[in-house]
Design a protein around this ligand. Sequence first.
Ligand SMILES: Nc1ncnc2c1ncn2[C@@H]1O[C@H](COP(=O)(O)OP(=O)(O)O)[C@@H](O)[C@H]1O
Ligand SMILES: Cc1cn([C@H]2C[C@H](O)[C@@H](COP(=O)(O)OP(=O)(O)O)O2)c(=O)[nH]c1=O
Length: 203
Amino acid sequence: MLITLEGLDGSGKTTVWEALQDVYPDAVFTREPTESWYGDAVYRSMADEDADPLAELFLFTADHADHLSRKVRPALAEGNLVISDRYSDSRFAYQAASLEDSELRRPLEFVRGIHAAFSRTPDATIYLDVDPETAAARAGATNKFERASFLARVRENYERLVDAEPHRFVRVDATQPPEDVVEMVERSVERLVREGESAGASN
Ligand SMILES: Nc1ncnc2c1ncn2[C@@H]1O[C@H](COP(=O)(O)OP(=O)(O)O)[C@@H](O)[C@H]1O
Ligand SMILES: Cc1cn([C@H]2C[C@H](O)[C@@H](COP(=O)(O)OP(=O)(O)O)O2)c(=O)[nH]c1=O
């Protein structure tokens, strides 16, 4: 089963991802951008204010393709629970926002389209919902995406993704204190794993 954590920078994904490691010591914990050289290329692009947004999309997507084939698919094939801090929805939300002013007419559909042929949709996605101002303040604006005005566009895209697939997403109010957010996420993951096991047993 593949569960992903999504949300704006500063929404608390890394905090809950770390807390879940104590609860599921046998699960495979992973993240995007990865620590591979593709991930290094992604960070290099993020540090460049003038990076071409389309080229940047393909760097993020290359990192995802490598992550998928070398880590996520093998772990799933062995029957592991895989929990990823960011995954394809980050591209749909962030790169669709950075491509909003490009020649592409429907960036979100375009970015989804390039994933459709090869990617693996998560079984469930925990969406840590926080307003862009809180997100930017918590994240501390360490990269070009962490500005409230940009994050407002990213959030709109996340909302479109949730509307399109309401059954895949679990929305968690990430403005609550960290211990409450962690508890809400742990309860959701416990339910998702239980449901996954009973669905598997009835197949
Ligand atoms: N629910 C919360 N309330 C207040 N601060 C939080 C909360 N969750 C995380 N933080 C703080 O916000 C910052 C970003 O959290 P982090 O978990 O790294 O978020 P993300 O991985 O989504 O960017 C950290 O300083 C963290 O301690
Ligand atoms: C995976 C992914 C991340 N990103 C961005 C979101 C973040 O600003 C940054 C990830 O950097 P990171 O330092 O991991 O930030 P955080 O812990 O706050 O998530 O990369 C994309 O724009 N597209 C993607 O596909």
